[in-house]
Design a protein around this ligand. Structure first.
Ligand code: GLP
Length: 260
């Protein structure tokens, strides 16, 4: 895993935006895996700014979001579908027919999950998968205990995730208890995984993910097996990494031919 430590959240977003820009410049028809939550907001702002400046083009790409709340339709203000519309899809030239978010109102959830997996396959697989990390080490909505080979399916949120995400809903009682999420195995199939984390409240999860044992109790730790995973974090989120000076050294001494 490549670990990049930046001074603050803005620098994390700019570094991540550079990776997206490079991906789309190299392969305009890229398949992008997208994430929600507070962490990617800065990245989406950067991508909108790059698009407005004519420096990135989304017209040929396809996107698949990680997850959605069961029971919330795309029109619901707190659905991840509406988050994506607000923060990215309506701000750039992504073809809406190729922007996929799991359907929280799907009448047959297992069938919808299977179809989602097949749609990813048909599109050629995910080239670049964006991820945040939950305070408990979840990726997507793969809560601790999720099988490391899991595919897209329904999951029940932990009490902690419900409490953490209540800030988006206003009231804890309004947070759905069930979600549809890509599995850890689905995420692991992406050709490049890009994990972002900022703030001291993520430091323990980041350390467990990058330096702890690989365990279903920290689903993000499965990424230690990924052939190309980039973790971009700010100083606060890096605080509990035992090898952070080494990661800085590696980044600062990267050979020219490895720089994007
Ligand atoms: C949510 C999302 C994840 C996200 C994580 C962290 O529950 N399902 O995709 O990465 O929690 O969220 P935040 O970035 O708001 O801390």
């Amino acid at each position: 895993m490549e670990v990049i430590i930046k001074p603050d959240a803005v620098a994390v977003s700019k570094e991540a935006a550079g990776i997206f820009r490079e991906q789309l410049a190299t392969k305009p028809e890229s398949v992008l895996g997208l994430a929600t939550g507070g962490t990617p907001l800065g990245l989406y702002r950067e991508l909108v700014a790059l698009f407005t400046a004519g420096r990135v083009d989304f017209s040929q790409c396809t996107t698949f979001n990680l997850d959605e709340y069961v029971g919330l339709g795309a029109a619901h203000g707190h659905s991840y579908a509406s988050y994506m519309q607000e923060h990215l899809f309506t701000q750039v030239n992504i073809d809406s027919a190729r922007a996929h978010v799991p359907d929280g109102l799907a009448p047959d959830v297992p069938q919808h999950c299977e179809a989602y997996e097949q749609a990813i396959q048909r599109a050629g697989g995910i080239d670049l998968q964006l991820l945040g990390i939950g305070g408990d080490g979840h990726i997507g909505f793969n809560e601790p205990g999720s099988a490391l080979g899991s595919r897209t399916r329904i999951k029940t949120l932990t009490r902690q995730t419900i409490v953490d995400n209540a800030r988006f809903f206003g009231r804890e009682q309004d947070v759905p208890h069930h979600v549809i999420t890509m599995g850890v195995g689905t995420i692991m199939d992406a050709r490049h995984c890009l994990v972002l984390a900022t703030g001291a409240h993520k430091a323990a999860a980041v350390a467990a993910m990058a330096e702890g044992p690989v365990t279903a109790m920290v689903p993000a730790s499965a990424l230690q097996f990924h052939r190309k995973c980039t973790l971009i974090i700010d100083e606060a989120a890096a605080a509990q990494l035992s090898r952070r000076d080494y990661y800085r050294w590696v980044y600062d001494h990267k050979p020219e031919w490895q720089r994007v």
